[in-house]
Design a protein. Structure first.
Length: 449
């Protein structure tokens, strides 16, 4: 669990080593009758007493049930909603908070690593003045299946980012086509840590599905950017590991050799640091508590206890069948590890291809983060193979400022921007909320940092 949020999901501590291959979208659309869509002009007409269910003819195995939250919401300044994306026996939990600024016009953001509120005790939440819904309408989603309040029946699950991408793409299509007030609105995919694997994959799936949607007479999802914090970075920062992973997990896939390479590279890089007792997510601090239980942040237990209170779960609309909330879904982590999800497909391929499709990409990172550090993230951006690579590399790092105060470094060209946030660890919105909100606000306004 990241500690800056109400609804938090971590599949596991992300490595700084990642290598990935291209996505070939296999979602198929069938010709359909537009009259079969159940559309709502105003999302605020949804009931607070029960769910309203939405379906889409081109995604017959998917449905979305959603209800409006009551006055007990942690952010009473806006309307908020919770619900589930139902994929037969699989169920993804989400919440949606309207923008505090202008919900009728502001962009829509999907974020995979938290929610709009802060939890400081086991009994209450605290209003977060720096939540990103200061600037945008925003989804917070517990994915993949099996994390947070998401669950599956009959042992069903997903074990790769590509499988999860199909669920996200279908959900986005159902939402925008069901609620006409948001149709055509600028849309951003965002996440941190393992989001460096998820978000490019989701973007590629949506972009591919957009092509099919246009052929069926549908309006494409207006995906304009990816916002990725503390991304899992390129393996070529460690040449020996790069060679091992390429040989065993890339050129010729050998499950045993690939698993050995992954284990060796992870241990060689992270274990020496862990033995120092420092916080691998923030090198300026000691690790507090057992990292397996607290992720070095004791407040993790407080958040877990809060989210397991029956009245809180009822307020959020959590299905009764869901077991106790856990900050880390070890079963899901193991499934993704067995599938070698982090190493099976090159995220840089997705990022480069999306840049070529004029979808912007922001990669930001805290300077105190070790597990997904700024050195690896910068090299990831410098090594991206796209038509703007030469011009991007030629740009010098410069300060970006708030009220004349330097808060980090940035490099940008075309649709690609890299930025550091000085003094932040792995969870930038938690450590530096003002800087994080300023960063994404300027990004969504198409302003230079």
């Amino acid at each position: 669990m990241t500690v800056h949020a109400l609804l938090v999901v971590l599949v596991g501590a992300a490595s700084v080593i990642a290598s990935q291959f291209p996505l070939n979208s296999i979602s198929g659309f069938a010709t359909y009758d537009t009259g079969l869509l159940n559309q709502v002009d105003d999302i605020r007409t949804l009931s607070t007493n029960g769910y309203t269910t939405f379906t889409h003819p081109i995604h017959p195995h998917y449905s979305v049930r959603i209800k409006q939250n009551g006055a007990e919401s942690c952010d009473n300044s806006v309307k908020s909603y919770t619900g589930y994306i139902d994929i037969e026996a699989r169920h993804l939990f989400f919440s949606f908070f309207e923008s505090r600024n202008d919900p009728s016009k502001d962009d829509v953001v999907l974020w995979t690593n938290g929610g709009p509120c802060r939890i400081q005790s086991e009994n209450s939440t605290v209003y977060n003045p720096y939540s990103w819904n200061e600037k945008a309408n925003i989804f917070f989603i517990d994915q993949p299946i099996g994390v947070g309040f998401s669950y599956a029946e009959y042992g069903e699950a997903v074990s790769t980012s590509e499988e999860g991408a199909k669920d996200i793409s279908a959900f986005v299509r159902i939402f925008f086509d069901s609620f006409s007030q948001f149709k055509g609105r600028r849309f951003h995919l965002s996440g941190e840590s393992y989001g460096g694997r998820y978000i490019p994959t989701f973007g590629a799936q949506i972009a591919d599905d957009n092509k099919k949607a246009v052929k069926e007479g549908l309006e494409p999802i207006n995906l304009v950017s990816l916002i990725i914090g503390e991304s899992t970075s390129s393996s070529n920062m460690i040449p020996r590991c790069e060679a091992l992973l390429q040989k065993s997990c890339g050129d010729i896939y050998d499950e045993m050799d690939c698993r050995a390479a992954v284990s060796f590279c992870g241990d060689e890089f992270t274990e020496p640091f862990r033995k120092t007792g420092r916080n691998i997510y923030d090198v300026s601090k000691d690790c507090e508590g057992d990292i397996r239980e607290t992720l070095c942040y004791p407040i993790t237990k407080t958040i877990t206890n809060y989210l397991n209170q029956p009245e809180v779960r009822t307020q959020l609309g959590v299905d009764p069948v869901v077991g106790n909330y856990s900050s880390c879904a070890n079963k899901v982590s193991r499934a993704f590890n067995i599938a070698h999800d982090e190493y099976a497909v090159h995220a840089e391929y997705y990022v480069a291809e999306l840049l070529e499709r004029d979808i912007k990409v922001l990669i930001y990172v805290g300077t105190y983060d070790m597990i997904c550090n700024w050195v690896g993230n910068e090299r990831f951006t410098l090594n991206l193979k796209w038509t703007g690579q030469k011009q991007f590399v030629s740009q010098k790092l410069r300060d970006w400022t708030i009220d004349g105060r330097s808060v980090g470094k940035t490099r940008a060209y075309g649709g690609l921007t890299f930025a550091t946030v000085e003094g932040a660890g792995h969870m930038v919105p938690y450590d530096k909320p003002v800087e994080a909100l300023t960063l994404v606000s300027r990004w969504m306004d198409d302003e230079e940092l």
